[in-house]
Design a protein around this ligand. Structure first.
Ligand SMILES: [Zn+2]
Length: 193
């Protein structure tokens, strides 16, 4: 039986300020969604090469309780993330767009000790310590950081195409004067192969 039927479901604020402290020890379930710009996520922003319009992350979260046969009902949290950011490509050092789509499920536990003892039944379910002032925003930011590639790179072939296209027409500041259209980039890939 799902305990949500008897528990009030509370809508989470989509504002950044309201996401810093959420009482996960209250006997209520939460639900919420929103969009976080790169500027709302300072630790994520550190790695951004540029911030372009549309960069940022949609999030959707819900908590729910499930009966457990031997103990108190257990609380879970589902988090879905979808978004994009520009990071520095480690092959050509230009900005590259990285997209992420992630879905995580957490089991909420009462203490660090309980988290350490949490049975690893399923890689997809991680323990999180619930508190009366749980930092939902920090958790979302942690999960974005974990989802980003350690070594961001353009897809295969794109860096070389950049170099071939832009290498000769950089202005004095080192910034390419204009963007080539994708067909020219393709032509250059063929020329160089
Ligand atoms: Zn690259």
């Amino acid at each position: 039986m799902n305990r949500n039927q008897v528990l009030p479901q509370v809508e989470l604020s989509s504002h950044v300020a309201g996401l810093h402290k959420v009482d996960l020890c209250a006997h209520q379930a939460y639900k919420g969604r929103g969009f976080l710009g790169i500027q709302d996520l300072p630790r994520v922003a550190e790695g951004a090469s540029t911030v372009e319009s549309g960069d940022g992350f949609y999030w959707q979260l819900e908590t729910y309780f499930e009966d457990s046969p031997s103990s108190e009902p257990r609380q879970f949290m589902n988090l879905e993330l979808q978004g994009q950011i520009h990071l520095v490509c480690q092959r050509c050092l230009r900005g590259c767009s990285i997209e992420i789509v992630e879905s995580r499920c957490f089991a909420l536990v009462g203490s660090e000790g309980e988290a350490d003892a949490f049975p690893i039944e399923d890689d997809q379910q991680e323990p999180l310590v619930a508190s009366q002032h749980f930092d939902v925003l920090g958790t979302i930011e942690d999960e974005i950081l974990l989802s980003l590639p350690l070594i961001p790179k353009h897809p295969e072939g794109v860096c070389e195409a950049h170099a071939a296209t832009f290498g000769s027409d950089l202005d004095k500041s080192g910034v390419p004067e204009n963007r080539e259209n994708p067909f020219n980039i393709l032509k250059n890939i063929k020329k160089n192969s």
